[in-house]
Design a protein around this ligand. Structure first.
Ligand code: AMP
Length: 213
């Protein structure tokens, strides 16, 4: 079973993906994480990617599609992938269909976490991400968990692109480029919309229900 977690930046896709990874032993294919790993390698490509991410712009389809394909074709992850942050435009949605078809795989659930822009701004401005395990916590809502984080609180860092102006740019890009992807999936019987403004646990139990039926 493969799953797409869809929604604006800050909707909670990464947080929910990590619950699924732990409970069902899935693989979180976050294109944002793959790109940030590339940046850490300090290559020419990495610095090109860094500039785009820092401005809240999309990285080219060519670069993202290449990284994505490497994970989809990895047999270890076969039929256990959670797509987080991909597809982000209609061309990527078409590309995903083609690659999955080529490798005899399908999307079994598309889950849309719907959240308004004002809630997203509050969530993203407090977000702290662990540079080791990628866990996302919020400095306003999870003070205790940050202090007790197993990798050490010093590894929880603010992302460079979690800055108010960049967040607004990312949300605008989502509305123009990514929201149309909904039309691509909404007609499918395996599409579900969830109120992403609800509590994390409530969203998690709705997702568990979808995955268990
Ligand atoms: P995320 O971690 O999903 O919030 O992504 C962080 C940033 O990485 C985005 O703002 C984009 O600059 C870039 N990015 C992630 N996924 C994609 C994608 N599918 N297509 C283009 N750019 C992406």
């Amino acid at each position: 079973m493969n799953i797409i977690l869809f929604g604006p930046p800050g909707a909670g896709k990464g947080t929910q993906a990590q619950f699924i990874v732990k409970k069902y032993n899935y693989f979180q294919l976050s294109t944002g994480n793959l790109l940030r790993n590339e940046v850490k390698l300090n290559t020419v490509l990495g610095s090109e990617i860094d500039k785009l991410i820092s401005n809240g712009e999309f990285v080219s389809d060519e670069i993202v599609n290449n990284l994505l394909k490497q994970s989809i074709t990895n047999l270890k992850y076969r039929d256990r992938i959670i797509f987080d942050g991909y597809p982000r435009n209609v061309d990527q949605a078409i590309n995903l269909e083609l690659i999955l078809k080529e490798f005899n795989q399908t999307i079994d659930h598309t889950i849309f976490l719907n959240v308004s822009r004002d809630i997203i701004e509050k969530r993203i401005m407090g977000r702290m991400t662990c540079e080791k395990c990628n866990m996302a916590l919020n400095e306003y809502f999870n003070k205790e968990e940050i202090n007790l984080h197993p990798c050490g609180p010093e590894h929880l860092k603010k992302r460079k692109d979690d800055d108010i102006e960049i967040v607004i740019a990312r949300y605008d890009t989502y509305m123009t480029a990514t929201k149309p992807v909904l039309d691509f999936y909404i007609k499918n019987s395996n599409f579900t919309e969830i109120d992403g403004a609800a509590e994390i646990d409530q969203i998690n139990s709705k997702i568990n229900h979808i995955l268990n039926v």
